[in-house]
Design a protein around this ligand. Structure first.
Ligand SMILES: [Zn+2]
Ligand SMILES: [Zn+2]
Ligand SMILES: [Zn+2]
Length: 330
């Protein structure tokens, strides 16, 4: 057995056990989370719904962060999705966050039980962009942790260049822990025989890489995922038309309104406000064909409070706040 394979299976088994123990201790599922009825073998599982800095936020003791430390049900993991093919027993991560140890386990446990299964890591990782909440979890596929062999990493050409040229990420490439699959915006690609992905280029703070959103298609339904975008107006596509084409949309809900950011200039914000999004998408939500949820929530977000005015306002208009553990059958 090659050293890498041996290490990989030892560390894999250990990492899996460790994650299960951690999950039990650290994570309590929202009790009121309604599970969707299984309609197909393609499942999207929401692994996290917080902005890159997490919730509670590092070093922050605002009212929301204090509450999230006290009550684990109020805390949120960093935004990402697992895309699972329950028939082929394969899963993929959409973004690799700093919370990946817990999130890998959430996804792994959702696959049908299979005693023969030894594989403890995903069949691929798809990346949106190079901000810390979206790709730094890749480090757990390297030499010090899972030590995978040629794990497929789906990303744009600029994102590949960033990872291949900068340490410590370049070591994942030189040690062949990962291998790239290039994505071109506007070109659909298959993930399994039942799942395909359509990458969309979106405007964002693009210092190290460009930024992608995705339409995930299963056998019956489609889900649009855009966790980060500068604004709907800056996009060369119409968010109204794009949401109408899908059954579910999980959209950038970083901030609810300027009220939570006293003194901040709206033009410097870098994200659409939920207040603006509900105005823009009011008709789509009211039509009721597309279920629109907000994700990537900042620790300041006024809609974090389930009993608050902001939450009531958006729910009355037919929108919702995404939860960790939420599921969509496609
Ligand atoms: Zn982000
Ligand atoms: Zn805070
Ligand atoms: Zn970002």
């Amino acid at each position: 057995m090659k050293r890498r394979n041996f290490l990989s299976s030892c560390f894999g088994a250990f990492a899996g056990m460790e994650a299960i123990l951690h999950t039990r201790k650290l994570r309590v599922w929202p009790e009121n989370l309604k599970k969707a009825r299984q309609e197909t073998d393609v499942l999207v599982l929401v692994l996290g719904t917080a902005q890159d800095g997490g919730f509670p936020h590092a070093g922050c003791y605002c009212e929301n962060c204090l509450q999230a430390r006290k009550d684990k049900q109020f805390s949120r993991l960093i935004s990402s999705l697992a895309i699972l093919d329950l028939k082929e027993k394969r899963f993929f991560l959409l973004d690799a966050t700093p919370d990946i140890r817990v999130q890998l386990d959430m996804a792994f446990k959702r696959l049908p039980d299979d005693k023969q299964r030894v594989r403890k890591f995903p069949h691929g990782v798809i990346l949106t962009h190079a901000h810390i909440g979206h790709y730094t979890g890749l480090m757990f596929f390297g030499h010090e942790a899972l030590s995978t062999y040629k794990l497929p990493v789906y990303c744009s050409s600029r994102m590949r260049g960033f990872l291949a040229k900068n340490g410590p990420w370049s070591q994942l490439v030189s040690l062949e822990n990962i291998s790239f699959r290039l994505l071109s915006p506007g070109v659909e690609f298959p993930l399994t025989s039942q799942i395909s992905l359509f990458p969309l280029l979106v405007p964002h703070r693009d210092e190290y890489s460009d930024t992608l959103g995705f339409i995930i298609s299963g056998t019956k339904k489609r889900l649009l995922y855009i966790p980060d975008i500068q604004s709907w107006g800056a996009w060369n596509r119409s968010i109204v038309e794009e949401t109408k084409k899908v059954d579910f949309a999980l959209l950038d809900g970083t901030f609810f309104s300027l009220e939570e950011l006293p003194g901040r200039d709206i033009s410097q914000l870098g994200h659409p406000l939920i207040k603006t999004s509900i105005k823009t998408l009011r008709d789509v939500a009211q039509e009721g064909k597309t279920k629109i949820s907000f994700t990537h929530l900042n620790h300041t977000n006024l809609a974090l409070n389930p009993q608050g005015e902001a939450r009531r306002e958006l729910e009355e208009k037919g929108f919702e706040i995404a939860s960790d553990g939420m599921e969509f059958y496609l």
